[in-house]
Design a protein around this ligand. Structure first.
Ligand code: GLN
Length: 481
């Protein structure tokens, strides 16, 4: 049972050709056949079917149907769902269950979505390959020896393998967009503050955003419209009106649209296949009437350095709460309170998380604060100015999502710096807080997916998704796979 996006599924439910129970049953069955792929940390077999039957009853009684009626959705394992395990793919949260629902969960449930399970990820969303997971890696759907990207690798693999129509992820520096690029699907990070983060486990709070992974832009726009908007439980959520994203997509005209192409996004070191596929995608937009404009974003080289100073600083503080006393894992053999803290954290956290806590503590320490943390904050401000200036001249900034195609499992695990470079094109939008999306546009010579990355001005998600949809349709006509 396969669908050409949610509208296809919905019309077959509403016409009673299928029931929610049949649809969810078939998704759960497919999830089970992928059990060895490690995509899910928990699957809601009974609960999802029970909910499906409830929704079938609603349809039979002729009640009004929610906007996401019967949509099978997967949730990254760092977003709280009442009564469900919340592990962040970390040993330190083993056995922990959420005691409340995240705002996004409440909003989707109110629109009749069905949650099928929770997805694997890099521990505490730190990573670009899903390999930093206490429950192991996830294979890329196009080549099982390669990574699906990260940190929302499970969410991306779930959508790409059609185990959910849409998945939620979190994106601090690229964790929704990069895995979407690696798995040939759409990955959207909204404007900072657009989607409430109430119930998202914090990694780096001035960057963290909940984002969406979907097979196409229409499904992403629909779900964004449901979960976006002010939430009094998240002080960083924005008062800005939620627009009709689907209408903005429909109103978009490519004629005369100015697409900024920074030379910094096409360095000599860029993988040649990736450069070729991305340039070919941009050419299609040009053929449809858009204008490609070369732009200069001179500070691009500093993005990774600034990002890793700022996020590790915030992480070192956010992760202080996991101390063995309050959540999940507690080391069994400690004689004093302080031993209990040290042992629980030493045994509970994985290597990458420990590396970041140590780095973050260092850059915040008295002697180094000005040299690293304060300097990185200043760089962040320069980025914000540059991107604002650039987006006064162009409608959108475009480039590759990742500098290389999906890499082999294990290839970068011994070289954290190389792993960090995977984020070189996604991190700037996170530094400035602007919305960005990765769209599938083709394949390299080995048949591995390549994504284009688009950045728009604050709160221009509708326009951005409109451009993304055109690109996806030009490069990968619906129904072609
Ligand atoms: N890969 C980046 C990192 O490791 C981004 C992670 C994320 O967006 N959560 O920090």
């Amino acid at each position: 049972m396969q669908f050409r996006g949610y509208q296809d599924l919905r019309s077959r439910l509403v016409s009673r050709e299928l029931t929610c129970e049949q649809v969810i049953g078939s998704y759960l069955q497919r999830i089970d056949t992928h059990r060895d792929d490690n995509i899910f940390t928990a699957v809601f077999h009974e609960k999802a079917l029970e909910r499906a039957r409830e929704l079938d009853g609603k349809l039979q009684r002729g009640e009004a149907l929610g906007r996401l009626f019967g949509m099978p959705i997967a949730i990254k394992d760092n977003i709280a769902m009442n009564g469900a395990p919340l592990s962040c793919a970390s040993k330190i949260l083993a056995g922990y269950e959420s005691v409340y629902d995240a705002t996004v969960i409440i909003r989707m449930e109110a629109e009749d979505a069905i949650f099928v399970g929770r997805t694997n990820m890099d521990e505490f969303a730190m990573g670009s390959s899903n390999e930093n997971s206490a429950i192991g890696p996830v294979p890329n759907p196009f080549d099982k020896t390669r990574v699906p990207g990260g940190s929302s690798g499970g969410s991306a693999a779930a959508v790409a393998n059609d185990l959910a129509l849409v998945a939620l992820g979190s994106d601090t520096g690229g964790s929704v967009r990069q895995p979407a690029g690696f798995c040939n699907i759409v990955g959207l990070k909204p404007t900072y503050g657009r989607i409430s983060r109430y119930g998202l486990v914090a990694f780096a709070s001035s960057f963290d955003q909940i984002g969406l992974l979907a097979g196409n832009c229409d499904d992403a726009a629909l779900v964004l419209g449901v979960i976006a908007g002010l939430d009094e439980r998240d002080a960083t959520s924005s008062h800005h009106d939620v627009t009709d994203y689907e209408a903005s997509m429909d109103h978009l005209s490519l004629e005369g649209l100015r697409i900024g192409v920074p030379s910094a996004f096409f360095p000599e070191s860029l993988n040649a296949d990736v450069a070729g596929v991305v340039r070919a995608g941009l050419k299609k937009l040009e053929d449809a009437g858009a204008v490609l404009v070369e732009i200069d974003l001179p500070e691009s080289d500093y993005a990774i350095a600034a990002y890793y100073i700022l996020v590790t600083a915030e992480a070192s503080s956010n992760l202080a709460r996991f101390d063995g006393a309050r959540y999940g894992y507690r080391s069994p053999d400690s004689n004093t309170l302080s031993d209990m803290y040290v042992n629980s954290r030493t045994e509970g956290f994985g290597d990458e998380v420990k590396r970041r806590i140590m780095l973050g503590t260092y850059v915040l320490s008295a002697g180094y604060y000005d040299t690293y943390y304060k300097k990185a904050q200043q760089v962040r401000r320069v980025f914000q100015d540059r991107y604002r200036e650039a987006l006064e001249k162009v409608d959108v900034i475009a480039g590759p999502t990742s500098p290389f195609p999906p890499f082999g499992i294990g290839d970068k695990m011994d070289n954290p710096l190389e792993m960090y470079l995977a984020d070189v094109f996604t991190v700037p939008a996170s530094i400035v807080g602007m919305p960005a999306v990765s769209v599938p546009v083709g394949f390299d010579s080995l048949g591995l997916p390549v994504g284009i990355h688009l950045i728009c001005n604050f709160f221009e998600e509708g326009k951005m998704l409109g451009i993304a949809r055109s690109l996806q349709n030009f490069c990968q006509p619906v129904g072609s796979n």
